[in-house]
Design a protein around this ligand. Structure first.
Ligand code: BEZ
Length: 262
């Protein structure tokens, strides 16, 4: 996957992802678990009001809610319903159109920003949502994230005469690019790190593809979909499945802590 493609992807309009709570819980429970270290970087304290941007089914939001007041937002009504079922204050809202005004001490986001293809709208909304000197602490897919999986998907689509490159629903920026965007909106960046985090999957890669790869799968005719999934899985087997049979998604994380300058 070239940098050029990543930049093109940031402005394309792939089909939006639908979330099935069952599929998410079965295939993506690790998302919240692996987000726990981000809470250390956030350092929430009692009395603070925090916005969880892209709260998903609320598993991490619930941990935050034990410490401080937290509001969760997510573009998916199904995910918000899941969060509300945990008793959380959660609402449906696009991260690209946040409506808050100087209400939060911090904005927190785990594994969500890469689904938002207009990063400047997101950062502007976060700036508006924060009180003066508020913090923005987040982790998401960075440059090179799931490159092997994307390549296998796109190669198999190409083989079927479908242009896979334009179908990515994700934005995976390099640190310098994202730092520049944050600074342009008045943030000072205290920490920013891009690191590999190979992530063991609960089963083979098929569950991951079905849970997260809707943009690609939707391009394949219904009757070919099983065959397509099998072909992608087998192309990936020598690349991301270990001798122990454990499938590892080739995750690359971009993690940062920034604060609004006075
Ligand atoms: C991620 O957390 O990096 C990710 C999850 C699903 C699809 C793409 C990336």
């Amino acid at each position: 996957m070239s940098e050029k493609n990543d930049k093109q992807n940031a402005s394309s309009s792939p089909r939006s992802q639908q979330w099935s709570p069952e599929s998410y819980q079965k295939n993506a429970a690790f998302v919240a678990e692996l987000g726990l270290p981000l809470l250390d970087l956030l350092r929430p304290v009692p009395g603070e009001r925090i916005l969880d941007l892209g709260c998903g089914d609320g598993v991490l939001t619930e941990k935050l809610a034990k410490i401080c007041e937290v509001v969760g937002v997510d573009a998916s009504p199904e995910q918000v319903q899941g969060a509300q079922a945990l008793g959380l204050n959660a609402q449906v809202m696009s991260g690209e159109a946040l409506t808050f005004d100087q209400e939060f001490d911090a904005v927190f986001s785990n594994a969500a920003l890469h689904w938002m293809l207009n990063p400047d709208s997101v950062i502007r909304g976060v700036r508006r949502a924060l009180k003066p000197q508020g913090r923005f602490v987040a982790e998401f897919g960075g440059f090179g994230n799931v490159a092997a999986i994307r390549e296998a998907l796109e190669r198999e689509l190409d083989r079927r005469g479908i242009d896979g490159a334009g179908l990515s629903p994700w934005y995976f920026p390099a640190p310098d690019e994202y730092r520049g965007r944050l600074e342009a909106e008045g943030f000072a960046v205290d920490d920013m790190e891009l690191f590999d985090r190979p992530t063991p999957l609960p089963g083979d890669v098929t569950g991951w593809l079905q849970t997260f790869g809707e943009s690609y799968l939707a391009a394949v005719p219904d009757e070919e979909r099983d065959d397509f999934l099998t072909a992608v899985r087998e192309a990936l087997r020598p690349v991301i499945c270990g001798e122990d049979g454990v499938w590892m998604a080739d995750y690359v994380r971009l993690r940062f802590a920034a604060r609004l300058q006075a």
